[in-house]
Design a protein around this ligand. Sequence first.
Ligand code: NAP
Length: 339
Amino acid sequence: MRKIKAIHYGVGAMSHMIVPYMLEKGVDVVGAIGRVSNIGKDLGDVVGLGRDLGVKVSNNAEEVLSEQEADIVIITIASFVEQIYDQIKLCVENGKNVATICEEALSPWWTSPHLTSKIDKLAKDNGVTVTGTGYQDVFWANIISLLSGGCHHIDAINGLAMYNVDDYGPEVARSHGVGLTINEFNREEEKQEIPSFMIMCVESICSAIGWTIKELIQANEPTTSKMDLYAKSLDIEIPAGNATGRKEVVEAVTNTGVKFRVELAGKVYDPDEADINKWSILGLPNIELENIKPPTDVSTCASIVNRIPDIINAEPGYVTIENLPYLKYRPYPLHFYLK
Ligand SMILES: NC(=O)c1ccc[n+]([C@@H]2O[C@H](COP(=O)([O-])OP(=O)(O)OC[C@H]3O[C@@H](n4cnc5c(N)ncnc54)[C@H](OP(=O)(O)O)[C@@H]3O)[C@@H](O)[C@H]2O)c1
């Protein structure tokens, strides 16, 4: 049985866990694509393996993707589909399946229908699958649709989640407005309406259950602290009162009148704060779920690695997680799960 071959695209904070996890699950990591940092260095050295992998980080994506045979490319460069469209296109045109932790990619039909249908067509034409996964796959989507199966009737679904932007690289902190004054934050918000990562999760839960979204609104505000905080990922001091990140509230109504209200904050934490994941389904019966201090960053990386066989096994096209098997722990080398 042949081992799975993977290329890692975007050698940032998450690659430091994803690459070792892939290797530990029997995946051959055969290529690494970066932008500015670490070009020419060995990937094993960059992700802290303590040994060389014989894979140099390259900034020539065309060369790596056209010359290197691989089953799948793991893309960890940005949060929105528009930012990774060209990279997905290049992977797909070179016959590679794609798994990404780009948050919007989890379920981008509501927010980026045009680009998603273009990717879907490209993937079908090239016989490969593109899927967005990560922490949300289990904790903000599948866990809720699974719990819904224990209900006879549902009136509303409420969620509350929080993560520390400092567990990730600078890309994440910058996109959350970390360090900006409140005026700068509000000006940025006016310039571009950034869709909450929870929109894709509401969409995914609705699609899994068979609801369509009739109305959806989002409100954003900066999060702040009473004390000066150090933002590790940007290596800056955030003065008290400046933005430590962003809180988003997403409210949606389905075609059957079910109401969603989901609150999400991504911020640099005060010393006493920890990640939150709490959901309630209101109906018959009411169901409450709370994960105590969920390890968001580790689960992000474990999830994308566990998803690899599902994505390779899937039909070609843009395949969202509710159309894949429930995500499961993989105790054996990942090629054991290939059909
Ligand atoms: N779905 C989830 O559960 C989840 C969880 C965590 C993170 N994420 C998302 O995943 C992304 C990566 O997170 P991270 O913490 O690893 O961020 P990061 O440390 O900032 O890493 C991003 C990396 O991507 C590279 N990059 C950016 N554009 C590139 C391009 N065009 N070609 C090649 N490389 C490129 C950057 O290279 P340079 O250093 O040279 O600029 C950087 O090394 C973020 O958008 C984050 O929001 C998702």
